[in-house]
Ligand binder design. Structure first.
Ligand code: AMP
Length: 424
């Protein structure tokens, strides 16, 4: 039996009709990030598996269940990146970027891979746009990136959004809290799923990541880390809230927001949108003050967020920039040659231009230009060629005018600017 090949479950094609929207969203992100002092960084999709085991955390869901890991031909364990922060930190250490005088602010776009159960808004290959700031411990920076995220979502015309914040403490207060959490969770262990029963012993903070309704219900009774912060973490959190007020950003405290990764310290946050249904997180992130050191680099703190482009694009009410295109219709070999040259010159002036390579007759070509929805058609039949002119036809109005061939590009440039009257 003949089988048709299709995209792998949990992955999807971004077709040209959607790609324009992606480009527009990416352009908005790029513009804003650059204005805030971020610079683009690109790292490989494949990384050594231990990068994520060490940073993301051995007992996290991402590492235990969701990574695409394989042995390469040299027997090395390779993983398709499930998140981006570890790669950026690795690159900074590897290239000693911290020795350069430039700001340590980075952004990137790219696919991530997680083998989770696919559903609406949750894919196995999805795309993130992420930002990271290094070397700034002041909570004003935490607030600034949230202000930037809020502005970014506004620019993408996403109004329906809510900011959730929490603090997950630091290596001073968290161990004390975890001992207490473990004790309390032991008492409720029988109500938890099998995974969570293991988490109680291995990594009790991860209890809050569980998606099982019964565990989420039980977790309500567990102690909140927010109530167990040391004085430095408490001050940091209070200052963050003060700066959020300063920017006029409203937020909700969410004591169970621990964000699935082991390396977070202090601030964690998410921006959610109820419009997304079950998978409602648009973006999420937090502070990771000890990750660089954990990877053997200098003791430089960091903070960042990742935003899912698929989810953002289901809500973004942006309109892609209008494309202006030109179709060249010709008759006969000489006219074809002239059109090919004109087409090349138009393209070099930034006009999206095209023609058929097989001479199909003018009527058929005009019909095709109509169907393609181009803005202008240039008609160059034998008569026109003999007179050294081309007809420019404006498809929307049907207006048509013969103009000298050497003036066509200049006239189209004027028309492209949206001027109503045809140049004399
Ligand atoms: P995370 O790295 O899990 O904090 O995710 C950051 C953002 O990436 C989320 O808020 C989502 O917008 C997006 N995201 C995470 N996982 C997926 C997925 N499996 N499919 C689509 N988007 C995702």
């Amino acid at each position: 039996m003949k089988t048709t090949l299709t995209a792998i479950k949990g992955t999807k094609d971004i077709l040209p009709s959607e790609a324009r929207l992606w480009q527009k969203a990416e352009a908005v992100c790029r513009e804003i990030f650059e204005a805030y002092g971020y610079r683009e960084i690109r790292t490989p999709i494949i990384e050594p598996t231990e990068l994520f085991v060490k940073g993301t955390g051995e007992t996290t869901d991402i590492v235990t269940k969701e990574m695409y890991t394989f042995k390469d031909k040299g027997g090395r364990s390779i993983t398709l990146r499930p998140e981006y922060t570890p790669s950026v930190v690795r690159a900074i250490i590897e290239h000693r970027l911290y020795l350069q005088p430039s700001l340590l602010r980075f952004y990137y776009f790219g696919p991530m891979f997680r083998h989770d159960r696919p559903q609406k808004g949750r894919y196995r290959q999805f795309h993130q746009v992420d930002i990271e700031v290094f070397g700034e411990s002041d909570p004003a920076v935490d607030a600034e990136i949230l202000e930037m995220a809020d502005y970014l979502l506004d620019r993408l015309q996403i109004k329906d959004k809510e900011l959730l914040i929490n603090s997950v403490g630091c290596p001073i207060c968290r161990p004390r809290y975890l001992t207490f959490l473990r004790q309390e969770a032991e008492k409720l262990k029988s109500c938890l799923c099998l995974d969570c029963q293991r988490r109680v012993e291995l990594n009790p903070l991860r209890l809050f990541d569980c998606k099982e309704p019964v565990c989420q219900e039980t977790n309500q009774a567990l102690p909140k880390i927010m109530d167990h912060l040391c004085s430095d973490c408490q001050t940091h959190f209070d200052d963050l809230r003060r700066w959020l007020d300063f920017y006029g950003l409203s937020y909700r405290l969410e004591p169970r927001l621990v964000r699935g990764l082991d390396y977070y310290t202090r601030t964690t946050f998410e921006i959610i949108s109820p419009g997304l249904g079950a998978q409602k997180a648009l973006l999420g992130g937090g502070r990771y003050d000890h990750l660089m050191k954990l990877y053997g680099g200098p003791d430089i703190c960091g903070i960042g967020f990742a935003m899912g482009l698929e989810r953002v694009l289901t809500l973004a009410k942006i309109i892609p920039d209008e494309e202006k295109s030109i179709y060249l219709a010709y008759l006969g070999e000489k006219s074809k040659e002239r059109c090919l040259r004109l087409c090349r010159d138009l393209r070099r002036q930034g006009f999206s231009s095209f023609l058929e390579y097989k001479d199909r007759g003018l009527k058929e070509q005009l019909g095709r230009a109509n169907k393609l929805g181009v803005n202008w058609t240039i008609i160059l039949g034998e008569d026109e060629l003999a007179k050294g002119v081309g007809q420019i036809k404006e498809m929307a109005s049907g207006a048509q005018k013969a103009v000298p061939l050497e003036q066509i590009i200049a006239i189209l440039k004027i028309l492209k600017r949206g001027e109503k009257n045809w140049p004399k």
